[in-house]
Design a protein around this ligand. Structure first.
Ligand SMILES: N[C@@H](CCC[C@H](N)C(=O)O)C(=O)O
Length: 290
C-alpha cells in the first residue's frame, strides 16, 4: 500500500455507522480534514464517526490506561472533532477486535477518552458495554428548535447530553442544524441533544442531534442519558429504590436496552456488526473534493 492508502472497515450499531481504521502502532495520520472526508457520505466512505483502533501504549491519550486495556478507541465525529466517548462505537470496536482475532468471545476492556470500558460479546450477536456512572450536574438548560422550547436534563455519560421530553418526536423538526440551548455556559464544548417520548412503561423512543455529526439514526451514550433522565422523572432512580431500572429505547435505527444499577453503573446492550472492508486512497478523496 502507498502512504496515501488507508485500510478500513465499515460497521454499525443500530445504524449508528462508523469508518473503522485499524492502526495498532498509531502510524496513520488522521487530521480532522481527512476524517471529515472519510465520513462524507457522498464524496467519501460515509459514517457518523470514525473509530481509530490503536494500541493504548502507542497513543499519548491512552498510555496511562495501557495496563488495563490493550486497545484504545480514538473516537472522531464526522466533522473530524474528537469526542470523549461513543456507546455504539465502543460496541462496534469490540466487534471488530473479535473479528480480527484480537479479542476472545466474552469480556474485554477498551480504553476511551472517557476511561476504560468493559465490553461483553455474547453468542447471540449482542454486545453489552458497562458505561460507568452518569453525572447529573443539575444545571438547568433550555433547548430550543424554531418556535418550540423545552426544559432539558443535563446528563454526562463521559460526553455531554441534554435530554428533552417532548410530546411528539416530530416537534424536533428536520434537525438539519443543531438545536439551540441556553445558557451557553452549560456546554462550552457543545452538546448532544436527545428528544424523547414515552411508548409505555419502561419503553421510550428518541431522536438525537449529535455534536459533530448532525442527526444520526442512533446514539448509545444518548440512549443511556435518556434512560437515566427517565428514571429520575419516573421516580425509579436505582440509588433511591435499591432496584435496577431498565428502559427499552427505540431509535430510528434500532433498539437499545439500558439498565442502571443501584451502585450507579449503567449498562447498554444492542447489536453491532461489521459490513464491509477495503482500502481508500486519501489522495483520491482530495482530488474529488478539491
Ligand atoms: N454516537 C455516539 C456518540 C458519539 C460522540 C458524540 N457525537 C459527541 O460528540 O459526544 C454514541 O453512540 O454514543
Amino acid at each position: 500500500m502507498s502512504t496515501s492508502q488507508i485500510a478500513f472497515l465499515k460497521g454499525h450499531g443500530t445504524e449508528n455507522d462508523f469508518v473503522i481504521v485499524p492502526d495498532p502502532d498509531n502510524a496513520v495520520d488522521l487530521p480532522a480534514s481527512v476524517v471529515a472526508r472519510l465520513c462524507d457520505r457522498r464524496a467519501g466512505i460515509g459514517g457518523d464517526g470514525l473509530l481509530h483502533v490503536v494500541r493504548s501504549a502507542a497513543h499519548p491519550d491512552a498510555r496511562s490506561m495501557a495496563g488495563q486495556a490493550e486497545w484504545f478507541m480514538d473516537y472522531r465525529n464526522a466533522d473530524g472533532s474528537v469526542a470523549e466517548m461513543c456507546g455504539n462505537g465502543v460496541r462496534v470496536f469490540a466487534r471488530y477486535l473479535r473479528r480480527a482475532g484480537l479479542a476472545e468471545e466474552g469480556d474485554l476492556a477498551v480504553a476511551t477518552r472517557g476511561g476504560v470500558k468493559r465490553v461483553r460479546l455474547d453468542g447471540d450477536g449482542s454486545v453489552t458495554v458497562s458505561m460507568g456512572r452518569a453525572q447529573l450536574p443539575g444545571s438547568g438548560v433550555r433547548v430550543t428548535v424554531g418556535e418550540r422550547g423545552w426544559d432539558a436534563r443535563n446528563v454526562n455519560m463521559g460526553n455531554p447530553h441534554a435530554v428533552a421530553f417532548v410530546e411528539d418526536l416530530a416537534h424536533a423538526g428536520d434537525l438539519l442544524s443543531a438545536p439551540s440551548f441556553t445558557p451557553a455556559s452549560v456546554y462550552p464544548d457543545g452538546v448532544n441533544v436527545e428528544f424523547v417520548v414515552d411508548r409505555g412503561p419502561g419503553h421510550l423512543a428518541m431522536r438525537v442531534h449529535e455534536r459533530g455529526s448532525g442527526e444520526t439514526r442512533s446514539c448509545g451514550t444518548g440512549a443511556c442519558a435518556v434512560a437515566v433522565a427517565a428514571a429520575r422523572r419516573d421516580g425509579t432512580d436505582p440509588a433511591v429504590t435499591g432496584t435496577p431500572a431498565t428502559y427499552t429505547v427505540d431509535l430510528p435505527g434500532g433498539t437499545l436496552v439500558v439498565t442502571e444499577f443501584p451502585d450507579g453503573g449503567v449498562e447498554m446492550t444492542g447489536p453491532a456488526v461489521i459490513v464491509a472492508e477495503g482500502v481508500v486512497d486519501v489522495d483520491l478523496l482530495e482530488t474529488v473534493i478539491g
